[in-house]
Ligand binder design. Structure first.
Ligand SMILES: *Cc1c(COP(=O)(O)O)cnc(C)c1O
Length: 433
């Protein structure tokens, strides 16, 4: 039976495997809830992006891993070894990356409201580039860089006014978005001119990120057209040729059988063709292209293992399968109603014909992992695996209800190791006075 991705499988005992390892044994060894990630699969995805961006966009162009999708020290070591750039959206992510030895010149600092302290820390740390979101940020970058006797590279986040087909909470490039400055209102052009006037800012280009979980190439083509037309307008208005165009991330990931599986290399190839044609049509030199995949690098490599606690059948209504985790380790259903695939790890080869809602253990009715899905029949003590949890799970985890965060176990070359240890109750009270 196909299990969405080839890092997952079913062994001779009928158990779900990840990176070749038996998930029932992993749950027994490390306890639940448990994040398990296939490191080799993450590296494979990095190489797909890296090769495609270099092949289709050439020198100077490279992919940045959007590290908010999954952030801890070991991820940054992997990204460094794979020669990826990264983007960070906070001083905390920057600190984590630097602690893991990630080279600062390949770091982009994003976010819609960087504080003075964020900007100072970023410039002092020699981050490669800021994506400035507002006039206030440009001012702060300029004055801080001047004080530190530096010239800081920055690009400007603009909003192309695109509304992709995705959940409204993950649309980020519409005109009325909190992110960036709108092109259509003329504010983006004003800010570009302003950035060019700043002595301690090395203004290099423009950035957009239109949203997440986007499956249609056409959406990226439209975005590219708006951005390249804007680059031509900037050239016409100021004579300045943008060196760098950063198109953000958002590439869709298959969470359920019904989702398409995107060929990211082919998508990048098609995008490159469009960009070349657009640059020719608008008579500009093709800028360096940056892409920022987050979800599509790490999502498919991860699963979460839980222990089933109860199976509650409300006759005539519905069935609840409750597990020992929930919105504290995976808030995606509570936030975005996102669909997922789940299996009973010890019976993964059997027909999933038990219809149920999978509930977490928090004191919230909204603490659900999935509604109305089909899994194998189960009872207390069985291991339930939620698939495709590598992105926006661990990085969004909380201690609500004072529940300790699960560990992250990585698998590489068929061997498991602890990348993040399980939180203890002492960790939970660490900051309490
Ligand atoms: C979140 C984000 C990304 C990554 O989005 P994915 O959907 O995870 O690929 C890239 N760039 C920026 C600026 C972001 O905020």
């Amino acid at each position: 039976m196909a299990m969405l991705y080839d890092c997952l499988g079913i062994n001779e005992r009928g158990h779900l495997t990840i990176g070749g390892l038996d998930t029932v044994s992993l749950a027994r060894e490390y306890g639940t809830p448990l994040y398990v990630m296939d490191e080799d699969y993450i590296r494979r995805n990095c190489r797909i992006y890296k090769k495609a961006v270099e092949k289709f966009f050439g020198g100077g162009s490279f992919p940045l891993y959007a590290s908010k999708a999954l952030s801890f020290k070991h991820i940054y070591r992997i990204m460094n070894e794979e020669d990826m750039g990264i983007d960070v959206v906070s001083s905390g992510e920057l600190y984590t990356a630097l602690s893991a030895g990630f080279p600062p010149h390949r770091i982009y600092f994003h976010g819609n409201n960087k504080t003075d302290a964020d900007i100072k820390y970023g410039i002092e740390s020699d981050v490669g580039c800021f994506a400035a979101d507002s006039r206030e940020e440009l001012d702060c970058i300029n004055s801080t860089a001047a004080t530190l006797n530096k010239k800081q590279k920055a690009i400007l986040r603009v909003s192309p006014g695109i509304n992709p087909q995705t959940h409204r909470k993950i649309i980020t490039g519409s005109v009325d978005s909190k992110f960036g400055s709108a092109i259509i209102t003329g504010q983006a052009l004003e800010l570009v001119k302003y950035a060019l006037s700043l002595k301690s800012v090395d203004f290099a280009g423009i950035h957009c990120h239109i949203g997440s979980q986007i499956f249609e190439n056409e959406t990226y083509f439209e975005t590219a057209e708006i951005m390249i037309k804007f680059i031509a307008d900037i050239k016409g208005e100021t004579g300045f040729e943008i060196r760098e165009l950063n198109l953000g991330g958002g590439f869709g990931v298959r969470y359920i059988e019904e989702h398409p599986q995107i060929d990211y290399a082919a998508m990048i190839g098609a995008l490159a063709k469009r960009i070349d044609a657009l640059c020719a049509a608008y008579n500009i030199k093709r800028p360096e292209i940056k892409l920022e995949p987050g979800r599509s690098i790490v999502a498919a490599s991860g699963i979460t293992l839980y222990t089933v606690g109860s199976v509650k059948e409300i006759t005539g209504y519905k069935n609840y399968v409750s597990v020992d985790g929930g919105m504290t380790d995976n808030p995606r259903y509570a936030l975005y109603s996102s669909p997922c695939t789940a299996v009973i790890a010890g019976r993964a080869g059997e027909k999933p014909d038990y219809r149920c809602t999978v509930a977490g253990r928090c004191c919230e009715s909204g603490d659900l992992l999935a509604e109305n899905i089909k899994i194998q029949p189960c009872s207390r003590g069985d291991i339930l695996a939620v698939l495709v949890t590598g992105a926006y799970n661990y990085s969004m985890a909380s201690n609500y209800n004072r529940i300790p965060r699960p560990p992250v176990i990585m698998v590489s070359g068929g061997k498991p190791f602890t990348a993040v240890r399980r939180e203890t109750f002492d960790d939970i009270v660490r900051c309490d006075m």
